[in-house]
Each structure stands twice: as C-alpha cells, then as structure tokens.
Ligand binder design. Structure first.
Ligand code: ADP
Ligand code: MG
Length: 360
C-alpha cells in the first residue's frame, strides 16, 4: 500500500512545479505539467501528447477566464454583478454563468434543495467568503435563511440574462470547479490529448490511462488526518471524474468545535450529517466532452448535496435518482462505504483503522 500511495502522489495529487515539455523528436513522449493557483485552490495539470503544452496553457487560460466570471470577491464578475442587482433587475451574464445558474437550479431541484446556490448570505455570515470566521447567532441565521431558496433565482431560457428575488445572493462555489473540469475535458479532446490528470483541489479528471497502460490512481484523503498525506484508499480510474467534498477541506475551530464550509440549507449551520467526506465518481467519455455543463458539473453538485444528505439519504439517492454515478462515503464513526459499481477498482488502505463495506 505504501508504494500504491507513493504512486498516487506523483500521478494525481502532486504535479511537478516546473513545466517540462518532452523532446520534439519524440512527440509520443511529450508532456507538460503546470500548477495553477486559482479559485481558492491549487490546481495541477499533467498532460501528455504532442499538443500537451498548448493544451496545458489553454486550460490555464480557461480557468482564469471562468474565475473572472464566477468570483464572489471580484466586484466585476458576473456573480458579483448579479448579487449587487436589485430584486427583479435583469443582469446580462456570459453563457458559462448562465449554464452554471441553470445547473445549480437543476441539481437543487433534483436533490430536494440539499444543493442550494443561494446560501451566499449564510456562508458570508460564517466568514467563509472573506476568511473572517465567526459563529453567527441562530437569530441572525434565521433572518438570512429568509433569502435562501434555489427557486428565487431566475434565468433566461433564450437570452443571457439572470435575476433574483429580494435579498437573494448566489454562490456557485459548490459546482464551479466541476464545470471547469468539464471545460478542460473539452480542451483535452480538441487537442487530441491521449492521457492527462487534472486536479482542481478535490476535483480530479483522470483522462485516458497512464503511459504504462494501467489506469490512473486517485487517492481518497483520510478526513481524520487532512494535514498528512493519509488516505482511506485509492481508486483505479480511466476516463473518469472523481470529486470529493469533505468537512476537512475548509473549516475553522472555535471553543473546541469545528465549523466547516458545507452548509445545510435547512438549518444554516455546517451540515452535521454524520459524513466526513463524499467522493462521487462518474465516466467521462470523450464523445460527451463537449457542450457546456456535463458530468464534471454533476459530480461536483452531487458531492456537495450528498454530503448534506448524510449516509441514508445519499444511499437512497444513489439507488433511485437515475443519475449515473458511484460513490465512496466516509462516516464520522469510522466506516468507508463503497458502492458496488467501483468496488473492484477500489483498494482499501489497510492500516487506516477504518471499517470497509461494499454497498449495493
Ligand atoms: P470544495 O469547494 O471544497 O471543492 P464543494 O464542492 O463541496 O467543496 O463546495 C463547497 C462550497 O459550496 C462552499 O465553499 C460554498 O461556497 C458552497 N456551498 C456550501 N454549502 C452548499 C450547499 N448546501 N449547496 C451548494 N453550495 C454550497
Ligand atoms: Mg461540490
């Protein structure tokens, strides 16, 4: 397992800091690794193939372009302009922002509001937007929750406009990186990239297979030891997205309690669902890597929603929703649940102390 985990680190989670284009004499061996700091996270792109350098920098440009549209702190972003608008005022947005607003609406509706892109005022009250953490009073949260509701955002179906009800603000952070992954998949496809790993802080795209013909290895972090390189296991994946939402990814501590960034829209509090992480896995077929929001967006929205739902509802959703995905749940009481569609590509970290179960 140690060797397995060493391979995870080099394969997916840690890209090399410096770019290294392969020798032009041997285009098959060409590769480019770059690291991009954007969207509040560290991203690593490791891309193989003749056009790897071009694809890597095109992917970086795309990340920067989308960050400009979606940032909550840049006053000129689409999201900030929409949030600053008066109730009912129609704001012109880019096609990407509109696609995300529509996707957020769609996944909110389909998860019974466990995913909700209108939690912005609540996340801000907790200080997650500006990194100025505090615990708001229940009274303050109750007041803010009046303005929360995924059906309070409106969008044009044949025009690039969006608007919202009184006091409503959106935050697309629960879905944006998944969308970026979809857009990068299209760049990889357009550039005939045979294989790549794209890691967007918890959102991984394993494109093709490894140079040695084996699938990529994607590690699932141990939520109990987030600062160490500890894993509950690894998934061998090829042409797939794997997106993790975890309570350890962004949190603060006050009076001995941990407050994390995934909010339960029903309470306004960090979701206390008994889960510490949810990883959603789905196929990324090359034919499907076009259009706007796709499987990457779905994985990101669902990982956040399933985290809020908790074990029982998440399993029920997996069995009955009709969305095609597999998942790994890590529970507060030390269990790792792997759905049967990926059980054969999952390797447990035996010394982790967790109890492993396959669910069907
Ligand atoms: P990460 O951004 O760490 O990869 P997630 O995809 O789970 O993790 O998204 C969490 C982010 O989504 C939060 O930082 C916040 O911006 C937003 N968010 C928090 N709770 C919800 C929720 N219930 N529904 C939708 N978005 C949420
Ligand atoms: Mg998410």
């Amino acid at each position: 397992m140690k060797r397995l985990m060493a391979a995870v680190l080099t394969a997916v989670l840690l890209g090399s800091l410096s770019g290294c284009a392969g020798t032009p004499a041997d285009p098959d061996k060409a590769q480019e690794s770059i690291q991009v700091i954007a969207m509040d996270t560290v991203m690593t792109f490791k891309i193989y193939g003749e056009k790897s350098t071009h694809a890597a920098y095109a992917a970086e440009d795309e990340v920067r372009r989308l960050e400009k549209l979606l940032s909550r702190t840049d006053p000129d972003s689409d999201v900030s302009r929409l949030n600053a608008a008066a109730a009912g005022e129609e704001v012109e947005v880019s096609v990407d922002t509109l696609a995300l607003i529509f996707s957020a609406w769609f996944f909110a509706k389909n998860t019974d509001g466990a995913f909700d892109d209108t939690l912005a005022p609540v996340s801000s009250a907790w200080g997650f937007t500006e990194d100025s953490f505090r615990v708001p009073s229940q009274e303050e949260l109750d007041e803010l929750l009046e303005y929360v509701g995924w059906d309070k955002v409106h969008y044009g179906t044949d025009s690039l406009i969006a608007s919202h009800d009184e006091g409503v603000q959106i935050d697309l952070g629960g879905i944006a990186k998944g969308y970026v992954a979809d857009r990068i998949a299209e760049i990889l496809k357009e550039n005939d990239i045979p294989r790549a790993t794209i890691s967007l802080g918890g959102n991984v795209l394993a494109w093709g297979d490894r140079p040695d013909g084996d699938p990529w290895l994607v590690g699932i972090q141990d939520p109990g030891h987030p600062d160490e390189e500890a894993y509950v296991g690894g998934l061998r994946l090829e042409d797939a997205f794997a997106v993790t939402s975890g309570s350890y990814q962004r949190y603060f501590e006050q009076d001995g309690r941990i407050y994390h960034h995934i909010i339960d829209p029903a309470t306004g509090y960090p979701a206390d669902s008994g889960l510490t992480s949810v990883t959603v896995v789905a196929d990324c077929s090359r034919e499907a890597a076009d259009g706007l929001a796709g499987t990457g967006t779905m994985c990101d929205a669902l990982s956040t929603a399933l985290f809020v739902m908790g074990e029982e509802k998440a399993l029920d959703f997996w069995r009955t929703s009709g969305f095609e995905f597999q998942m790994v749940l890590v529970t507060e009481d030390g269990r790792v649940l792997v759905t049967d569609g990926i059980a054969d590509v999952f390797t447990a970290e035996e010394e982790s102390g967790y109890h492993y179960e396959t669910v069907s």
